[in-house]
Design a protein around this ligand. Structure first.
Ligand code: ZN
Length: 319
């Protein structure tokens, strides 16, 4: 048997054929057509699966199920998506029903951050442990929590929305969700930039970033690079970012006591440098038994986490 998987994004959809053990047999991409309320997206994905069956020599009869990761709030039980801005979907869309009708196969959907978390658990840095948390630091902050082998969805699908955990009690920066002070506003790529402008004004450090700050051209990577070169101000900012992440991880640790906390996304490319800072703060502030054996690690699957995790939904739920 094989599993088909799609990681649906606003620009492209990553598609894959995977074995039941979640090894990628084939993968490819198609453009996402978001015009007309994105009403072609699901059909395009299905047509591409069909077309590639003959190209890549697999049989649709052998498909055990189809997993989809989508960039929006998902009701896991109902298989619906309640609006996905990047796909131009508005209101409640019955994605599972639509795709099951197209394909005649069992379909499971989850949001992309949860799917990526499941991928890292099964085949990546999560080492197949039953308690794993993933924090993805990109333009925003995504997250997923797996406790006792199950993704935490919560009654309204907001379980694991770590990016909107309020850590900045001063509420300095506006979040995309409409609130202020979310982890996303201080620890994403945008958050690194937010903090750089804020503290430069407040503290008047001397820094190699001065020109970029004054021209409002700062990017997160510049701050990390400067910190690695020993720039005092940049290091100060990275410590601030790490403090917020450590606090969030500390709270999660006494809730589900994960074995692995996996840091992924573009910002995580700063790698060990960022993790060392997070770890040293985390160890000082966290309930001691919750630290025992918990490891903070970088994600291993990169862009493949999404399709591996989407296929993981079928491995986990279709018996
Ligand atoms: Zn928020």
């Amino acid at each position: 048997m094989i599993i088909l998987a799609a990681d649906v994004g606003g620009t492209t959809c990553k598609l894959g054929v995977l074995s039941e053990d979640l090894d990628i047999l084939h993968k490819w991409e198609i453009p996402t057509h978001t015009e007309n309320d994105g009403d072609r997206i699901l059909r395009d994905i299905y047509e591409s699966f069909k077309k590639n069956a003959s190209l890549k020599n697999y049989q649709l009869e052998d498909v055990k199920g189809i997993g989809l990761g989508v960039p929006g709030p998902v009701d896991f039980e109902k298989g619906t998506v309640n609006g996905a801005i990047n796909l131009n979907w508005h209101g409640v869309k019955h994605v599972r029903d639509e795709f099951e009708k197209l394909s005649g196969k069992p379909v499971y959907i989850d949001n992309d951050a949860n799917a990526a978390t499941l991928g890292e658990k099964f085949k990546g840095a999560g080492q197949n442990e039953p308690d794993v948390v993933c924090i993805t630091l990109g333009t925003g902050v995504g997250g997923g929590i797996i406790a006792n082998n199950e993704l935490v969805h919560g009654h309204n699908g907001s379980g694991g929305e770590i990016g909107h955990f309020k850590v900045d009690t001063k509420e300095r920066f506006q979040c995309n969700c409409g609130r202020r002070g979310c982890l996303e506003t201080v620890a994403s790529a945008t958050g690194v930039v937010n903090q750089t402008y804020y503290y430069y004004e407040e503290l008047q450090f001397t820094t190699v970033l001065q020109e970029a700050i004054e021209n409002k051209e700062v990017q997160a990577k510049m701050v990390f690079d400067a910190a690695k070169e020993g720039d005092e101000f940049a290091t100060y900012i990275i410590r601030k970012v790490a403090n917020h992440l450590a606090y969030a991880i500390s709270v999660i640790s006494v809730m589900t006591n994960p074995k692995y906390v996996i840091i992924g996304g573009g910002v995580s490319k700063a790698g060990q440098f960022l993790i060392q800072h997070i770890e040293s703060v985390y160890k000082k502030m966290t309930f001691k038994p919750a630290i025992e054996g918990t490891k903070i690690v970088t994600a291993e699957l990169g862009n493949d986490a999404g399709i591996i995790g989407a296929a993981g939904l079928i491995k986990q739920y279709v018996k």
